[in-house]
Design a protein around this ligand. Sequence first.
Ligand SMILES: *[C@@H]1O[C@H](CO)[C@@H](O)[C@H](O)[C@H]1NC(C)=O
Ligand SMILES: *[C@@H]1O[C@H](CO)[C@@H](O)[C@H](O)[C@H]1NC(C)=O
Ligand SMILES: *[C@@H]1O[C@H](CO)[C@@H](O)[C@H](O)[C@H]1NC(C)=O
Ligand SMILES: *[C@@H]1O[C@H](CO)[C@@H](O)[C@H](O)[C@H]1NC(C)=O
Ligand SMILES: *[C@@H]1O[C@H](CO)[C@@H](O)[C@H](O)[C@H]1NC(C)=O
Ligand SMILES: *[C@@H]1O[C@H](CO)[C@@H](O)[C@H](O)[C@H]1NC(C)=O
Ligand SMILES: *[C@@H]1O[C@H](CO)[C@@H](O)[C@H](O)[C@H]1NC(C)=O
Ligand SMILES: *[C@@H]1O[C@H](CO)[C@@H](O)[C@H](O)[C@H]1NC(C)=O
Ligand SMILES: *[C@@H]1O[C@H](CO)[C@@H](O)[C@H](O)[C@H]1NC(C)=O
Ligand SMILES: *[C@@H]1O[C@H](CO)[C@@H](O)[C@H](O)[C@H]1NC(C)=O
Ligand SMILES: *[C@@H]1O[C@H](CO)[C@@H](O)[C@H](O)[C@H]1NC(C)=O
Ligand SMILES: *[C@H]1O[C@H](CO)[C@@H](O)[C@H](O)[C@H]1NC(C)=O
Length: 601
Amino acid sequence: MHRFALLIVASVWLVVVAAVDNTTEPISTYVSRPDLQAPALHVSLQNADPVNGFAPGYMFICPFQATQQGPYIYDKLGNLVWSGYNAALGTNNSMDMKPCSYKGSTHLCLWQGITRQGYGLGQGIILNNNYQPVAYLDTANEAPGADIHEFNLINDGASALFTSYESLQYDLSAFSVTANPSWIMQGIFQEIDSSTGEVIFDWQSLDHVDPSGSYVMPGTTDVSGNGSAAAPWDYFHINSVDKSSATKNYLISSRHMSTVYCIDSADGHVIWQLSCGGVNASFTVEGFNFTFQHDARYILENDTHTIISIFDNASNGFNKTATESSGMVISIDLNTKVATLLSQTFAPISGGILSDSQGNTQIFSNGAVFHGWGSVPSISETNTNGEPVLFATYGAYPVMNYRAYSFPWNGFPLDKPTLVAPAQSQNVATPVVAYVSWNGATEVETWRFYGSLTNTGPFSVIGKVKKAGFETIFTSAVYYDFIFVEAVGSNGESWSNSSIIPVDTLDANGNEIMPSLSPVSNNTSTTSSTIANVTSVPFANSTSLVASSTTPLTTYLSRSSTAPSTRTAASTTSSSIAPSLDTIFPTMFAFLAFAVILIHI
Ligand SMILES: *[C@@H]1O[C@H](CO)[C@@H](O)[C@H](O)[C@H]1NC(C)=O
Ligand SMILES: *[C@@H]1O[C@H](CO)[C@@H](O)[C@H](O)[C@H]1NC(C)=O
Ligand SMILES: *[C@@H]1O[C@H](CO)[C@@H](O)[C@H](O)[C@H]1NC(C)=O
Ligand SMILES: *[C@@H]1O[C@H](CO)[C@@H](O)[C@H](O)[C@H]1NC(C)=O
Ligand SMILES: *[C@@H]1O[C@H](CO)[C@@H](O)[C@H](O)[C@H]1NC(C)=O
Ligand SMILES: *[C@@H]1O[C@H](CO)[C@@H](O)[C@H](O)[C@H]1NC(C)=O
Ligand SMILES: *[C@@H]1O[C@H](CO)[C@@H](O)[C@H](O)[C@H]1NC(C)=O
Ligand SMILES: *[C@@H]1O[C@H](CO)[C@@H](O)[C@H](O)[C@H]1NC(C)=O
Ligand SMILES: *[C@@H]1O[C@H](CO)[C@@H](O)[C@H](O)[C@H]1NC(C)=O
Ligand SMILES: *[C@@H]1O[C@H](CO)[C@@H](O)[C@H](O)[C@H]1NC(C)=O
Ligand SMILES: *[C@@H]1O[C@H](CO)[C@@H](O)[C@H](O)[C@H]1NC(C)=O
Ligand SMILES: *[C@H]1O[C@H](CO)[C@@H](O)[C@H](O)[C@H]1NC(C)=O
């Protein structure tokens, strides 16, 4: 159970009303998926060279304060691969999605829940490569629910690292807090056994770090809190947890102490702390500085050295120590007690980026670096030589993204490819224009199209087209009444077939009409999957094909056994047409203005 009683704290919510439009939030729309309004990636720098260019793989982001906030996967050319908006996960905030190893195979891990002023309450979710949730994990031992700042699956998924924010009554008279009683927020992290949900390790900041060392005093920033019950003083602000596989020590980042701590996994004591002039600093920091950092990760360790990476926010939105945020790789000599900077990467744009909050640094094994720029919704990558090879933005404030990652991924959605063929004209001689997409599928190389004069077939191959981004457009040579599409992999595998869909045309009034359906018979070998080796043009430009009919269209829609096999044009009004036929046009450019909750993480 969670200590919710202590968290019934009406946090400070800074409400800013901002108009979301195509400038702050460009979106991509798709004919085949009118339900999706995905953030559009604007890629301004792109080096796809196999040797010196960006690393292979996909980009994982969770934009929020966006029209359809949620987890997203893009390819490195900027094409949408998967929109997780409302996909079995609900529409709550998502954060920190990345591939993770769980029970011997690659899964997707993300945090989802509700955000408060600077922290959150939710859970960790593990999805399999079919994008189906297979596990929900949370903090335990009465700690408040999993906070946004970490859901880090370790040991092949055997355990999970979480952060948690807990408010406690605390005497803050030494910090000029007048509220009586006064309240403090402590940082907790836990390691949880992912099969039993039980706590393996539980660390609470007030047991080990005195509030007097904080750089963010009560009532000084938008996320500091003022020590009241409604806004406890967030003196610590834990914002990452990692664990060494070698020493089993934990590495945690405290933004408000501007300190990275190494914690002993036996008794929780602070083994060392890295800061630039903070109270009780363990090391001399030579030639560089950082403040209000995020995302502290172990990179390499041996007996004498520990190498870590951090994302130096360099600012808390009020005071700053650098003009640009950056990723830093830091070497700590445990003998000489000196910390030096091994590398530093900046955003590859003029003036760099100073993110107000959030952000992360992912170091590849070859030294290449991938960055999420937090409150500035941008991502970048530098290669092993430190040269910029990728830069992309996906909107502007208030759109934000906590962390961004680059990883290989293979996604196998359980649904079928989505195919639509909107009416083009009144003339059935008009070739079919079809739009196909398959949300989350990474293995499709080619779309192979099949057409027939009837819904029962036989169907013949009418063409194929290379997959081109999230949605691929296919234009047939001639007209077909019914089509479907097959998703073909790079080795010719057949991954899935779409449903058979009717190809609509327009009647004289501009209403869509659907071709007639034949009854499905059990006594004939002609089935929808029978592929005749038909290469002849199946449809002549016969005017009889558009001859008017007195048979009401609704008769055909109800699968009348007398439905004619030739195409008919109906004079019926659109009201008799099944509603689903009218839904294929996307709601283009429907941009919403809405109240936006400004949060600093
Ligand atoms: C402290 O913050 C809370 C929440 O914003 C606010 O309601 C309260 O008035 C503040 N108290 C003081 C003394 O500023
Ligand atoms: C909105 O943004 C998208 C992506 O940048 C662009 O393709 C589209 O043309 C824009 N629409 C308008 C109306 O500006
Ligand atoms: C959002 O998260 C809250 C807290 O975990 C949960 O109660 C609620 O059902 C979620 N809502 C949606 C739409 O997922
Ligand atoms: C610094 O170390 C001293 C001695 O161990 C301890 O009493 C004090 O609380 C520490 N201060 C902080 C901010 O951790
Ligand atoms: C900014 O820095 C000054 C000088 O160190 C300090 O007095 C002040 O409290 C800081 N303000 C914030 C919001 O961090
Ligand atoms: C911190 O480093 C920056 C360069 O990144 C430098 O401009 C600044 O003076 C340094 N600040 C301190 C306090 O050393
Ligand atoms: C430990 O790591 C440091 C930094 O990479 C390196 O200079 C040193 O040679 C390493 N020591 C051993 C024993 O490998
Ligand atoms: C898709 O349809 C084609 C043609 O009927 C068939 O050969 C193939 O096996 C089907 N693929 C799947 C996955 O069912
Ligand atoms: C075809 O077979 C299925 C099940 O075998 C049966 O339910 C259906 O009624 C049959 N349809 C016709 C048209 O005979
Ligand atoms: C089908 O067409 C292909 C290509 O034209 C040809 O090689 C093959 O022999 C044909 N198969 C049959 C069964 O007619
Ligand atoms: C069908 O119409 C198209 C376009 O008008 C024309 O190019 C084509 O030759 C016609 N085909 C036949 C078989 O009449
Ligand atoms: C860091 O965060 C603060 C706000 O929290 C922001 O103003 C500042 O620009 C950010 N900059 C850097 C480098 O972090």
